[in-house]
Design a protein around this ligand. Structure first.
Ligand code: MTE
Ligand code: MOS
Length: 750
């Protein structure tokens, strides 16, 4: 069975926000934003915009009926700038006109007079000046300060990782339709329907029940629409509310790239100590997160960085400190991996440097220190069902990794201008929102009188296939044909108080909620069936392949008939299911707990060839053994692993965000910002799912798959370094991603 949306996508019939048939009287919005990264507003003059052709209204912070505040975790972000400007691209006014062009033309006529102030773009500078969102946090285990003297080798270094543009195919969009009595329906391309509902209510000064948010699907989110879809929905809602007319706001690609936040760039310092035999004894790290001009999700992302400090390794003495540093760049936000990749890049860098010092291949140190069952993470949780070594060993077997390294040596010995390199990348990723309260979901299931089924959950489909997974759970639980089941839009009126679809938990949480709802209906149906079959008990009834069985024997009673009978007997054919992940908690006062339901493991081997004349390179192969549990839908999981890998490769290699010292994004278009395409995709992309993997901690023994594979891409950086060192033996390593061809060239020749 194919992913539900694919036939619609390939025939161009799937509806995104900008495809919804326009309502009568629709107006179009355009946003006027700050042209400077830091400054004080002297005067904002909208007169010329108001007089511009087709313009119906121009709104600034003064027009906001409720609070001018969209901050989710920390309330530090105005919807529309007041007197202080904090980044280039910060919304300051919204212009509404009869056409999109008229709105954009008018927005250009707004005049802004400012007193510029010096901007900060570097997180270390922000840290030195005390510009922090929260006090730095530290996760610690063992005793690092005493452990150094036990070490035979101690190395230190610095690691920088760049940001990353989400490049969802559908840009940020919202359509807001006012209905009777001051109510609003918001169609938003958001991962967080409740987030949009809550913040729009706050901005407009309305109770949440006046606002309904509806989401059919997203043309990609990747974390970029977890918090940051809210701005555009609220701006459109403000205009629609003021004018009592429908308003649509769709960002074009360049505005989207300029105005919205991306993956956080990090700058980090590490110190790592080992025994001669390669055992890592101590690891100390300081992470400077470039958070941008508002908190957004930065504090939660920082927390996940700390949780993934040691990746897939056990280290007995760890001290990891992390700081959210305010800068004058657009607020950075969630992106697949949510701070985890940044931490993993640092520990992997530290291992490379230590390996060099010890004159051993990095994979020897990686293997030596892999997590084992019941090892303790620096946040106090013990590893259960640890599959780190199993994946590692399976990768060695499946892909003959020893041969790969030997072949590379042979190749490099006989080639002077082309060098190959390889690297292993084990991953360990915790599943659950680290804010425990978010680990809840609900589902509303209706069985109609013809036996067809309608399912609403809190999950948002963004291409990751959560809908097909939920559909399969429902069809299996009822044991009915998948064609009988339809997954509805995600709607705050049908399922309330939803957590964002994020942290890879979409199908874990919502699949379980749907299963719970189906089981409630199933219980009632069994009772009905036992009433219809004389002398039978509900516990002897089973529905299999749309037939009612009694003690395993056919009864001649079919699903449709049973439903029709149940309805006439006034049996309730709807149910609401609720699921909250059990037994997880985290105590931030001591930074200890069991925040994750389980961990996902895997090992990748990445092979590259560098053209040492030009500095260009090819990613030749990525081969993975991935611990995916029992897959609910194998093609979807495979697609998630492939997509995650390619996105991870892009982050490590070609995707370079460049800001000027004035805080201006210089790579704001496809001509300057490169994302992987089909030519970049490695010709060999082997994914082997660990056999006999189970997982009692998630629905149908499955495992979350959305984010973990992203981090396999980190291997590409080290494979490239490996090849570059073959050309320049002994030249010091550097850890500053992305490894663009320019950087490769500089390393080879400068
Ligand atoms: N896959 C596609 N095609 N599009 C997306 O936007 N988002 C990723 C991942 N895979 C994304 C995707 C991110 S950041 C997350 S957290 C998960 O999907 C969210 O969905 P899930 O919880 O259902 O896995
Ligand atoms: Mo994903 S970064 O948790 O939306």
């Amino acid at each position: 069975m194919k992913s539900l949306d694919i036939p619609l996508h390939v025939t161009g019939r799937s509806e995104f926000v900008d495809d919804i048939p326009v309502p009568e009287g629709l107006l179009y919005a355009a946003v006027f934003t700050s042209p400077i990264a830091h400054g004080i507003v002297k005067k904002l003059d909208v007169e010329n915009a108001l007089k511009s052709e087709g313009v119906v209204g121009v709104f600034t912070f003064k027009d906001i009926p409720g609070q001018n505040q969209i901050g989710g975790i920390i309330q530090d972000e105005p919807l529309l700038a007041e007197h202080h400007l904090a980044f280039i691209g910060e919304p300051a006014a919204v212009v509404v006109a009869e056409s999109r062009i008229q709105a954009k033309t008018a927005a250009k006529k707004i005049a802004l007079d400012v007193n510029p102030l010096p901007p900060i773009t570097n997180p270390r500078e922000a840290f030195a000046k005390g510009k922090l969102i929260i006090s730095p946090r530290t996760f610690a285990i063992g005793d690092v300060s005493n452990a150094w003297k036990e070490c035979d080798v101690v190395v230190e270094g610095r690691v920088d990782s760049g940001g990353q543009e989400h490049f969802y195919m559908e840009t940020q969009s919202a359509l807001v339709v006012p209905r009777e009595n001051g109510e609003l329906v918001i169609y938003s391309s958001t991962q967080s329907p409740t987030g949009v509902q809550r913040i729009a209510a706050r901005v407009l000064g309305l109770p949440m029940h006046k606002i309904e948010v509806d989401v059919r699907r997203l043309g990609g989110g990747f974390g970029g629409k977890e918090d940051q879809a809210t701005t555009w929905a609220c701006l459109a809602a403000l205009a629609a509310f003021k004018l009592n007319r429908p308003v649509k706001l769709v960002l074009d690609r360049r505005d989207d790239m300029k105005m919205t936040g991306k993956r956080h760039p990090y700058s980090s310092d590490f110190k790592i100590g080992l025994k001669k035999d390669g055992t890592i004894l101590a690891y100390e790290v300081m992470f400077f997160q470039n958070s941008g001009a508002a908190a957004d999700l930065s504090t939660a992302i920082l927390e996940r960085t700390l949780f993934h400090t040691t990746n897939s390794y056990f280290i007995p003495n760890v001290k990891a400190t992390a700081a959210c540093c305010y800068t004058n760049l657009p607020p950075f936000t969630a992106f697949r991996g949510f701070g985890g990749p940044q931490a993993m890049f640092v520990i992997e860098s530290a291992i490379r440097k230590a390996a060099e010092e010890l004159h051993v291949p990095a994979c020897v140190l990686q293997e030596k220190n892999l997590l084992k069952e019941n090892d303790t993470f620096p946040y106090g949780m013990q590893v259960e069902n640890c599959r780190a070594r199993q994946c590692w060993e399976e990768a060695y077997r499946q892909y003959r990794i020893d041969d790969i390294f030997k072949d590379i040596q042979t190749f490099n010995a006989s080639h002077s201008l082309k060098k190959k390199g390889a690297a292993l990348m084990p991953i360990c990723f915790g599943i659950s929102f680290t804010s425990t309260f978010l680990n809840q979901a609900a589902a509303l299931v209706h069985v109609y009188t013809d036996g067809s089924v309608n399912v609403s959950t809190a999950a948002v489909e963004m291409g990751q296939g959560v809908n097909i997974k939920i559909l399969r759970v429902v069809s299996r639980t009822f044991s009915i044909a998948p064609e009988r089941v339809k997954i509805e839009t995600t709607n705050t009126g049908r399922v309330a108080n939803t957590s964002p679809t994020a942290a890879s938990t979409g199908s874990d949480l919502n699949g379980k909620a749907a299963e719970i709802a189906c089981n409630q209906i199933l219980e009632r149906l069994k009772k009905t069936a036992s009433e219809l079959i004389t002398g039978s008990n509900p516990q002897d009834i089973e529905i299999r392949d749309e037939q009612v069985l009694l003690k395993g024997q056919q009864t001649g009673l079919a699903w449709d008939k049973l439903i029709a009978e149940a309805y006439t007997r006034r049996v309730h054919l709807s149910a609401h299911g609720f699921y909250a992940t059990p037994a997880i908690y985290f105590d931030r006062s001591v930074e200890r707990g069991k925040p994750f339901a389980y961990h996902v493991f895997g090992t990748a081997v990445v092979e590259v060839t560098v053209d040492c004349l030009r500095g260009t390179y090819d990613i030749d192969a990525v081969r993975v053994v991935h611990d995916g549990g029992k897959s609910i839908d194998m093609p979807v999981d495979r697609g998630q692993v492939e997509g995650g890998i390619i996105q991870g490769l892009g982050w490590m290699t070609m995707e370079r965000l460049l800001y000027s010292e004035k805080g201006q994004l210089l790579t704001d278009n496809t001509s300057t910002y490169k994302i992987p395409d089909i030519k970049f995709t490695p010709p060999v992309l082997d994914i082997h799912f660990l056999e006999n993997s189970d997982n009692s901690k998630a629905v149908s023994d499955s495992k979350a798959v959305g984010e973990p594979p992203f981090m396999y891409g980190i291997g590409a950086y080290f494979a490239l370094l490996n090849a570059m060192q073959a050309f320049k033996p002994g030249k010091p390593l550097f850890f500053n991603s992305p490894m663009t061809p320019e950087k490769v060239f500089q390393y080879l020749y400068l």
